[in-house]
Design a protein around this ligand. Structure first.
Ligand SMILES: [Zn+2]
Length: 387
């Protein structure tokens, strides 16, 4: 069963061979979906026939957003902590332990239902690829449960046992547990290993040990790096061949150079700076140096509880000096790079049919009209999510 989306005012393909600029823009375009794949993309006049048709009525069509950084297996929420922060209390990461207590006490069904709710909330806003981390269990059984449940509903699963040292444990003992029994239990359900490399969590040597153990277990690193202050995270990410260094809020010139000279994507999470009232990372500096930049939500109950990629795009443009085109690329193709995926984040023959029809004539409206509903229709792997 094939469907042609016709009458597309502006098609973002992210394929420079198909259209103009890095977004591969095609105006007066059509897109053909066949099963779970894109069969064809290009100018409407050349579109092949299909079994069914959808009229985009001149709207813009984008690849679904790729949210490459989220923490979605948890119970409870922390609105009171947010309110306290907005009245002046700084963010220290200590609230993670509050969510750990709530998550450990929750049933599998409760965690699964909360994850399903958030993945659906994301899909309804055009996010068709979701990465999900563990990190609110911090015991072998609770972390194994988190990655197992994440693997049921998320596209990409990351083992983040090294989120924070749990209450009542010495850091060295906890690192020893993470790199042995916990890793062995979690690795079968995950593709990625992550560490919260910050002075409040894990230092350089601990991060190195955990990433190395993860690599030996067949996982690929991605890293929480340089969020709360300058630190060794970015350099460790690059040295370990991480797919992504995430946050990148406080970077030295050497950090920027290391990212620009590597395959490690700089994943920026502007919703966190919004929600913690920190300075924003300087995307312009990274882009001008030649680094690959992705944007993701970091959706989690503490430091940033938004699931809206559109909101993050708007923040990236206003607060991080990205152009609308750069921000849209970062939220789609950039996220795909950060997950080392070439089947998502673009709309060209062979890609997964993840399609976002905007309630707007251009991708620019995502930042130009922040906070308004943007979604007219969404398909994920060829299946309608919103129509
Ligand atoms: Zn995070």
């Amino acid at each position: 069963m094939s469907t042609v989306i016709r009458n597309i005012g502006e098609l973002v393909t992210n394929d420079p061979a198909l259209g103009a600029g890095p977004l591969g823009l095609v105006s007066d375009a059509a897109l053909v979906i066949d099963g779970d794949r894109v069969a064809w993309a290009g100018p409407a006049a050349a579109a092949p026939a299909a079994d069914a048709a959808y009229d985009a009525a001149g709207r813009a069509v984008l690849p679904g957003f790729v949210d490459s950084h989220a923490h979605l297996v948890f119970a409870g929420e922390r609105a009171a902590e947010f309110a306290a922060r907005m009245s002046g209390r700084p963010y220290t990461g200590g609230g993670i332990r509050t969510t750990v207590e709530r998550t450990r006490a929750a049933s599998d069904e409760e965690l699964r239902a909360n994850l399903a709710r958030l993945v659906a909330e994301m899909a309804g806003q055009g996010t068709t690829t979701v990465e999900c981390k563990s990190g609110y269990g911090l015991t072998v059984a609770d972390e194994e449960r988190a990655v197992r449940i994440a693997a049921e509903l998320a596209d990409e699963v990351t083992f983040l046992g090294a989120h924070i040292v749990p209450a009542g444990m010495e850091a060295a003992d906890y690192v020893a547990l993470v790199t042995t029994d916990m890793l062995a239990a979690c690795a079968p359900h995950a593709r990625w290993i992550d560490v919260f490399c910050e002075h409040v969590a894990f230092d350089a040597e601990q991060t190195r040990d955990i990433l190395s153990a993860g690599i030996r277990a067949g996982l690929t690193p991605r890293l929480h790096a340089n969020q709360l202050g300058p630190g060794p995270g970015v350099q460790l990410a690059v040295a370990h061949g991480a797919a992504s260094a995430d946050h990148c809020t406080f970077l030295s010139a050497a950090d920027v150079d290391a990212l620009a000279g590597s395959d490690t994507v700089a994943t920026l999470l502007p919703g966190v700076e919004f929600s913690t009232r920190q300075p924003y990372p300087d995307a312009r500096r990274l882009l001008d140096a030649g680094a690959t930049v992705a944007i993701a939500t970091d959706c989690n109950p503490g430091s940033c509880y938004t699931s809206s990629m559109a909101f993050c795009v708007a923040l990236a443009v206003r607060e991080m000096r990205m152009t609308p085109a750069e921000a849209v690329w970062a939220a789609t193709a950039g996220g795909a790079r950060a997950l080392r995926r070439d089947d998502v984040g673009r709309l060209a023959a062979g890609a997964r049919a993840d399609v976002l029809v905007l309630e707007a004539p251009s991708h620019i409206h995502l930042a130009y009209r922040p906070g308004v509903p943007h979604v007219a229709a969404v398909w994920k792997a060829g299946a309608p999510v919103v129509t």
